[in-house]
Design a protein around this ligand. Sequence first.
Ligand SMILES: [Zn+2]
Length: 300
Amino acid sequence: MADIPFLHTHDFQYGVIEPVSEGVRRLTARNPGPFTFHGTGTYIVGEGEVAVIDPGPDDPGHVQALLDGLAKETISHIIVTHCHQDHSPAARPLQAATGAKTYGFGPHGHPGGDQAVHMEEGIDLAFSPDISVTDGDSISGRNWELCCVHTPGHTSNHMCFSWEQHDLLFSGDHVMGWSTTVIIPPDGNMTDYLTSLEKLRKRSDACLWPTHGPPVTDPALYILALIEHRLARIKAIRELLRTGTQRINDMVPSLYPDIQPTLRTAAGLSTLASLEHLQRLGEVTALEDTGRGVLFSYTG
Ligand SMILES: [Zn+2]
């Protein structure tokens, strides 16, 4: 399996709004976990009149810390990368307290029957932005302007935001330095994810600021490693199918030999996302469900 140069050193403090880059501050929520690393990093862009990116989970303490820390400033915009439970729910209390409008690509793309609803990184179905933005749109406030970069894959409504003036991009859960992202069908889509990785790789941002964990300071090389890792995983799935392994549950132990039990469901769903990608390429057919899971067959 291709090596990804993960970054596991993350300097931060809970409960404190910390300056992390010119014009950018961050407050980390106390929601550490297998999908969130040390917690959600809520970014504050600008000074005096600011935008908040990914306000975070439904945690009154986090929202209060944000309001207290910005008591002498105005929150003029609330921007959301995607509507997972660790990103968007705090938009509601924050909007109630500030009156700021919310911005995002749109509500969740698959409101019914999504397995992610039952997982820790669940969906915030209630979130719908006041202002829907699409690829290439810009959002601006006093002394800052962000450009919207649509990056479907982790979710269909995932949006990154670049601040060209500072040569940086807020990458949400699309590209994170500490971990790969989970792709959970039907809303998560491996084909779109690979295309969205290529899209960021071709850009020239000097630094990525993910919502979880440390910044990625060598984006082009790092993203290439992410792409190679996924392609290696897809190749391994092809090999398993060729040698007669047809069920996801039988694939996961050999694809992820050292996985933590808490991440096994996510691994199975990511495998499904890769199988769906191979179906789109015309290489795989899903056969009937025999009661122990769908049988996939390799048709080349
Ligand atoms: Zn997410």
